[in-house]
Design a protein around this ligand. Sequence first.
Ligand code: 0L1
Ligand code: MG
Length: 262
Amino acid sequence: MTLDHPTLAQLAEHVENAELNAHDISKITDDHPEMDWDDAYAIQDLIRQRKIARGARIVGFKAGLTSYAKMKQMGVDTPVFGFLADYFSLPDGGEARCAELIHPKVEPEIAFVLKHPLSGPGCHIGSVLAATDFIVPAIEIIDSRYRDFKFDLTSVIADNCSSSRFVVGGSMTPVAGLDLRTLGVVLEKNGQVAALGAGAAVLNHPATAVAMLANHLGARGESLPAGALILSGGITEAVAVSPGDHISLRIQGLGGVSIRFA
Ligand code: 0L1
Ligand code: MG
């Protein structure tokens, strides 16, 4: 930890205001190059507390940078983690308002809903599958608050890992008997295939990302509660969207989900 509390609080306000007012900012490490991971998660925690103090509910968590390609690109060997507030959630087939966002991109993901709490350390794929109630297809809308999506790792963690909006499909699938690694994923933009993938693109198995999230929270004295929704990570590269775009996702055996950008 390198920053004092007033600086962390000022940075949390600065980054959250960029989100709430949909304006971009330069990455915060430009002014605080000494910032470390603990500072970054402390800023993210302060943003979470600011939202809770204003009456928002935390409905879940997410793992980001979960593909080996993206981790290599960022020079890290672990994913990053963020939280999901209630107002991030959009209805299936509904509308995302671009005026509320800066430069949104979409990612196809498998979302887990837990029936039992999960706490690390020591969480593994087996614990995650045993604690999972069902999975649903999900489109995550990421929107870095940093100009041109240019950031380093600590800046992006402080910015709640670019979390912005998400939409989940309504077909609940139990995990028993499913091989999540081989589920095929088709993401379409305006009726054209925009990206293709399979579940194994996320850390070889999407439940690994959930286990790592539980272990990350456990190290900080937190856990994943029953009922939490967890976005396990982008299965393909993120696809940029603009007003007028229609995005639909189909995941083999899990059904589909869609969103329009207005
Ligand atoms: O959900 C994600 O994988 C995003 C993590 C943060 C990095 C980015 O904005 O691409
Ligand atoms: Mg994501």
